[in-house]
Design a protein around this ligand. Structure first.
Ligand code: OGA
Ligand code: MN
Length: 295
C-alpha cells in the first residue's frame, strides 16, 4: 500500500495519508513508515482507534523490542498492568484526576521540560508511539524540536568542538531541576546512562544533537562548564524555527524518533480536565537481523 506524507513543518514532521495501522502487517508498508521516520522524525496518523494490545503489537512490528523500564517504574506500579505501556495521563488507578500535590503528578510534570524519552537508560528509547484517548477541548499540545536541523545550524567550529563528547543523562537530575526528590532506594535503581552528544542516525547518516532535560554533565568536564554548554545547546535547539506544535485530537497516533527530536508537554488545567494517552517506546538496539534464507 503506497502511503503519502504531507509535511507539516519546514524541517520535519509529516501527516500520513489515511491508513488503519492496526491492519498494517506487510513488510513493504512497514518499510515505508520506517523510511518516513528517517526523513521526517515525527509522523502523525489520524483516527487510529488502537486497543492497548494492538498498540503494543504494532510497536513490535514496526521496530522490534519494547522499553519496559521508564523512570516511573521506580515510583509506582503501572496503572495499566504492563510496564511496556506508558500511562501518560493525569489519572489515578481509579481513573480519578490526581490531586494537585500527588507525587505521581509532580513526577509527570517533568514531561513539561524539553526531553527525549529514556535517554537516562542504556539502551535508550528509539521510537515513542503515543496514542491519544481523552483530550480536553483546549490546550494540551505537545511541542517537538528537530535536533538534526539544530545540529546542521551549528557553526563548523562548534560542530568540531562537540565531536566525541559524551554526556551523562539522569532522571534524578531532570526531576531535581523541578525540586522533585527521589528517595535513596529509588536513586539506587536510577543511576543514569552515558551517551554521545552527537549521534549519527544509522540509516540516513544525518547527525543529531542528543541533549535533553536529563542531560546532567559532560564526561571529563568540570560540571558547571558542562551544564552551561548543555544549556546553550538546549536553548539553541528549541528556537521557534526548529519547533512544531501538535494539537491533539482523540484517536491521533504520533510516532517520534527520540534520537532525532526532543519534545515537551504544554501546560493545561490538569486539576479540571482529564487527559489520557498511552505510550509505547521501543529500545534503541540494532534491529533484528533480517532473514538470510535467500543467500
Ligand atoms: C511522552 C511525553 C508529552 C505530552 O509521552 O513521552 O513526553 O504532551 N508526552 O503528553
Ligand atoms: Mn516524553
Amino acid at each position: 500500500m503506497a502511503l503519502t506524507f504531507r509535511k507539516l513543518h519546514p524541517y520535519f514532521v509529516a501527516e500520513v495519508s489515511p491508513v488503519d495501522l492496526r491492519q498494517v502487517y506487510d513488510s513493504e508498508t512497514l518499510a515505508q513508515i520506517r523510511a518516513g521516520m528517517d526523513e521526517y522524525a515525527v509522523l502523525v496518523f489520524r483516527a487510529q482507534p488502537f486497543a492497548d494490545d494492538e498498540q503494543l503489537a504494532f510497536a513490535q512490528r514496526l521496530d522490534g523490542q519494547l522499553h519496559t523500564k521508564t523512570g516511573i517504574s521506580a515510583l509506582r506500579k503501572n496503572r495499566l498492568g504492563n510496564e511496556a505501556l506508558g500511562d501518560i495521563s493525569n489519572l489515578d488507578e481509579h481513573g480519578e484526576i490526581l490531586k494537585s500535590d500527588d507525587r505521581r503528578r509532580m513526577y509527570g510534570l517533568g514531561n513539561r521540560l524539553w526531553h527525549t524519552d529514556a535517554s537516562f537508560q542504556d539502551p535508550p528509547g528509539r521510537y515513542s508511539i503515543l496514542s491519544a484517548k481523552i483530550i480536553p477541548s483546549s490546550g494540551t499540545d505537545t511541542e517537538f524540536a528537530d535536533m538534526r536541523a539544530a545540529y546542521d545550524a551549528l557553526s563548523p567550529e562548534m560542530k568540531a568542538q562537540l565531536e566525541g563528547l559524551r554526556v551523562h543523562h539522569s532522571i534524578a537530575h531532570s526531576r531535581q531541576t523541578l525540586g522533585f526528590e527521589f528517595s535513596q532506594d529509588e536513586q539506587a535503581i536510577l543511576k543514569g546512562a552515558v551517551h554521545p552528544l552527537i549521534r549519527t542516525l544509522p540509516r540516513s547518516q544525518r547527525k543529531s544533537l542528543y541533549v535533553a532535560a536529563h542531560a546532567s554533565k559532560i564526561i571529563d568536564w568540570p560540571v558547571p562548564e558542562g551544564r552551561l554548554l548543555l544549556r546553550d545547546l538546549m536553548e539553541h535547539a528549541t528556537q521557534p524555527e526548529f519547533v512544531y506544535r501538535h494539537a491533539w485530537r482523540a484517536g491521533d497516533l504520533v510516532i517520534w524518533d527520540n534520537r532525532a527530536t526532543m519534545h515537551r508537554a504544554k501546560p493545561f488545567d490538569d486539576a479540571k480536565y482529564r487527559r489520557e494517552l498511552r505510550r509505547v517506546t521501543t529500545l534503541d538496539v540494532e534491529p533484528p537481523a533480517l532473514s538470510v534464507s535467500e543467500s
